[in-house]
Design a protein around this ligand. Structure first.
Ligand SMILES: Nc1nc2c(ncn2[C@@H]2O[C@H](COP(=O)(O)OP(=O)(O)OP(=O)(O)O)[C@@H](O)[C@H]2O)c(=O)[nH]1
Ligand SMILES: [Mg+2]
Length: 224
């Protein structure tokens, strides 16, 4: 659960971008960093990379002050997708309040996506997260690739039809769908935080102000 320091008037919330190697998790964070919007935005930190592949994690801090004065600090992390770094992935996932699963839309990544999603469920259980209640958004990234190498959108929608999570198609490289993904995550995250910390009742912060204050916008406004 998020870290609530009542005396300091501070709530620290953790969101993790999870997914197979090179699906575009770091690129999502870089795009979010470039977008205007959050009330408070820190610098992106990229800790240890080799050949553009994350070895440890990236971190983008941002924040928002609720009308009550409560400071909400949101910390966005990426995990290293490479199979070998499972210990690091587990450590980063620990105590996550929300997850964005970044899948790679390339046809030849279907197995890697499935294995990574299984790995997410397994690691969530290992670190004591209740997966059924975890705020989660699924992003299919790299939609800019040539159509012949993409899994068609209809196929993906059919595959995920039964799933309860929002599904967003994106090209982090071109910047499309990145903010929409984040806004969807913020909306489901708000519901879970409001249930635990009474954000509306005690802090005068509704869902729309939470999403907007952290730089999300409604899906309709996406496209910049
Ligand atoms: N065509 C295309 N390439 C992308 C897209 N997003 C990311 N990439 C490229 O995919 C490669 C990997 O991107 P990263 O953001 O580093 O991927 P990652 O998920 O952080 O990878 P790991 O840290 O190894 O797990 C880079 O060459 C990116 O430029 C996209 O939307 N479309
Ligand atoms: Mg990375």
């Amino acid at each position: 659960m998020a870290d609530f320091e009542e005396d300091a008037g501070k709530l620290t919330v953790k969101v993790v971008y999870y997914g197979p190697a090179q699906s575009g998790k770091t690129t999502n964070l870089m795009r979010l960093h470039d977008l205007p919007g959050p009330q408070l935005k820190g610098e992106i930190m990229t800790l240890e990379t080799r050949n553009d592949r994350t070895l440890f994690f990236d971190l983008l801090p941002m924040g928002l002050r609720a009308p009550s004065g409560l400071m909400i600090k949101l910390r966005l992390f990426t995990v290293p997708g490479q199979v070998a770094h499972d210990g690091t992935r587990k450590a980063i996932l620990s105590r996550a309040d929300g997850v964005v699963f970044v899948a790679d839309s390339h046809r030849n990544q279907t197995t890697n996506n499935a294995e990574s999603f299984d790995n997410l469920m397994g690691n969530a259980a290992r670190v004591g997260l209740d997966f059924a209640r975890l705020p989660l958004v699924i992003q299919f990234n790299k939609r800019d690739l040539p159509e012949s190498s993409l899994v068609p959108e209809d196929t993906i929608r059919a595959d995920w039809r039964q799933a309860p999570w929002p599904l967003v198609f994106a090209s982090a490289l071109l910047g499309s769908g990145v903010r929409e993904t984040f806004a969807n995550l913020l909306a489901v995250l708000y519901r879970s935080l409001d249930a635990d910390f009474a954000l509306a009742e005690r802090h005068g912060l509704d869902s729309a102000a939470f999403v907007a204050g952290l730089g999300g916008v409604s899906p309709a406004a996406e496209g910049e």
